[in-house]
Design a protein around this ligand. Structure first.
Ligand SMILES: [Cu+2]
Length: 371
């Protein structure tokens, strides 16, 4: 066997292996949590389903095309150096077949995808809402009638306001506000009414449905109905500035009775002007005073304190959060480091405010009580 042939044969193998890895790798990556292939809401399940249909269609095409290619490479290989292959000048029937075949596949995939796109809009009492081409392709084009129908069918409506670089959640049915972690009950149809305070962001919890963009000055809608208790994570998926990569979102799905207890506790916090007043520790009470005197309350609401402050995340349940500002675990040391130097998060819209050490201790003790 000539060297050239050996090299060619090795290249054939190498090509095959690369193609196989290329097909399998995306599945391995997609199977990592949070994976859209591990859905926890009906709309997300439809997306996962569509993925598998298209995946197996691709496998069939791959095997057919590669099979024919390998068969031809072996069956019609050059057997001597002066051999010429049979000269073929096209075959009309086959050319028509391999034009129509892929076109039919593309149309089938489009029809399937279209149905999934319809289902990613919130359900209405009548089932899926009647939609026009424009409103599916540009999901922000929701008529007032459609919006009313979404809201009528929801069991819980939450307004999401995106902001550089964090998420605000207004529980419209309860009249309280939180941030970063979105608590919802399992089983409810949760309708998300979404907008932005500054630039375009995008909401995406892969296990709970498709992406939804946020636009300043416009309201868009998304929804989910979480099927099991758990924590579902995502990140902003629209480039929105320096800290775009540090804008995680998190849905905490609780059993309905636990959610009710949680929501009632948030409502109760809103009704007191000083949460620390009920805390026997003088240090915690001093901490709340520092919070007010240093002007934190100008941007952050806590319970009924500074309730209209929207420039920073509502901190009423800050101690329950997993992270601080989406960049580090919520520990005492990290909290101290955050308050001393917020610009460790690129572009963060929080000033560094000088605070004396004993005041800082009190402030940390106070923030730690806000569960
Ligand atoms: Cu963003």
């Amino acid at each position: 066997m000539s060297l050239r042939r050996i090299v060619r044969r090795q290249l054939l193998w190498l090509g095959g292996v690369i193609m196989l890895v290329g097909m399998l790798l995306p599945n391995a990556v997609a199977a990592q949590s949070p994976s859209p292939l591990d859905p926890a809401s009906p709309n997300a399940a439809l997306i996962a389903n569509l993925y598998w249909i298209v995946f197996w269609m691709s496998v069939a095409v791959f095997i057919l095309v590669e099979g024919l290619l390998i068969y031809s490479a072996i069956r019609f290989r050059r057997r001597s150096d002066d051999e010429l292959p049979v000269q073929v000048h096209g075959n009309n029937r086959m050319e028509i077949a391999w034009t129509i075949g892929p076109a039919l596949i593309a149309i089938a995939v489009f029809v399937l995808a279209w149905q999934v796109m319809l289902a990613d809009r919130p359900p209405t009492a009548a089932g899926l809402s009647p939609v026009s081409v424009a409103s599916v392709c540009f999901n922000n084009d929701v008529t007032p009638e459609e919006a009313a129908a979404f809201l009528a069918a929801s069991t819980l409506t939450i307004e999401i306001v995106g902001q550089q670089w964090w998420w605000q959640y207004n529980y419209l049915d309860y009249n309280f506000t939180t941030a970063a972690d979105l608590y919802v009950p399992v089983g409810d149809v949760v309708v998300l009414q979404i907008t932005s305070r500054d630039v375009a962001h995008a909401w995406w919890i892969p296990q709970l449905g498709g992406k939804q963009d946020l636009y300043p000055g416009a309201v868009t809608f998304s929804w989910f109905q979480v099927s099991r208790p758990g924590v579902f994570e995502g990140n902003c998926t629209e480039l929105c500035g320096a800290s775009h990569a540090y804008m995680p979102m998190r849905v905490v799905a609780l059993p309905p009775d636990e959610f009710d207890a949680w929501a009632q506790a948030q409502v109760a916090k809103n009704q007191v002007n000083a949460i620390a007043i009920t805390n026997p520790s003088p240090q915690v009470q001093q901490g709340e005073q520092v919070f007010v005197q240093k002007g934190c309350v100008g941007c952050h609401a806590v319970g009924g304190l500074g309730i209209n402050a929207q420039a920073g995340p509502n901190l009423s349940n800050f101690a329950s959060r997993r992270q601080i500002a989406g960049i580090m675990p919520n520990t005492e040391d990290n909290l101290r480091s955050w308050i001393v130097n917020p610009s460790q998060k690129p572009g963060a819209r929080m000033p560094a405010i000088p605070i004396a050490p004993d005041e800082m201790d009190a402030l940390i003790a106070y923030l730690d009580t806000l569960e």
